[in-house]
Design a binder for this molecule. Structure first.
Ligand SMILES: C[S@@+](CC[C@H](N)C(=O)[O-])C[C@H]1O[C@@H](n2cnc3c(N)ncnc32)[C@H](O)[C@@H]1O
Length: 195
């Protein structure tokens, strides 16, 4: 595990949760959410960060969170199209179906103000999502990593988010600007390129 240096953490503040951290970033014109599931956070972005475009990238082949059960794997895509029917017509919601890093590779460089990464949580997937996102962010833009935790103690699954995030920041000179708490420590971190 590579170790972060002071320069990666010196400007990092705590937030009580991801919503507080995201609100502190202010309005964001072009947002990508990598890993959408039911679109709850996409809707939150639309209501709180005044985006012109929210690009919603997912395989759209996943059942809802256990306990929510709003859709099965087969209903996933249809659920999203129904939920965001109006926003799709207004071109505010842009639905992109496919493997996240392959979809992201098709965007022009310097396109997004904010990219939220919450798709595959294994090391290789997170690394690929970060690498695919780095050039797609405008100068001064943000990458937000969900589930910055080593191990999912609820599903007994190893995550690679911490390792991939730290390596990305060290290799490419990005810093943490928020560490946002979560009741079960499925924390978010907000990253920004060091000037
Ligand atoms: C934890 S859920 C996302 C939750 C959502 N961000 C939220 O905050 O409500 C993860 C989603 O990532 C998607 N996913 C996982 N691996 C993916 C990949 N390689 N490419 C695209 N989507 C992927 C799954 O289909 C699932 O819908």
């Amino acid at each position: 595990m590579q170790v972060l240096a002071t320069k990666h953490l010196i400007n990092c503040q705590f937030a009580v949760d991801r919503y507080q951290a995201l609100k502190k970033l202010g309005a964001q014109e072009k947002i990508a959410e990598i890993g959408v599931l039911g679109g709850d956070l996409s809707e939150w972005f639309m209501k709180n960060l005044a985006p012109k475009e929210v690009h919603m990238i997912d395989l759209y082949n996943c059942a809802d969170f256990p306990g929510r059960d709003r859709f099965t794997k087969r209903q996933h895509e249809g659920f999203i199209h129904n939920r965001f029917e109006n926003e799709i017509k207004e071109s505010k919601a842009i639905i992109k179906k496919g493997i996240s890093w392959e979809v992201m590779a098709h965007y022009p460089n310097n396109y997004f103000d904010l990219i939220y990464i919450d798709a595959g949580h294994d090391y290789n997937s997170v690394k690929k999502d970060l690498e695919a996102s780095a050039n797609k962010i405008k100068d001064g833009g943000y990458i937000v990593m969900n589930d910055y935790i080593m191990y999912d103690h609820l599903s007994n699954t190893k995550y690679g988010v911490v390792q991939a995030t730290n390596e990305f920041c060290i290799k490419n000179d990005w810093e943490f600007i928020y560490y946002a708490f979560h009741p079960n420590l499925f924390c978010d971190v907000v990253l920004r390129k060091i000037n």
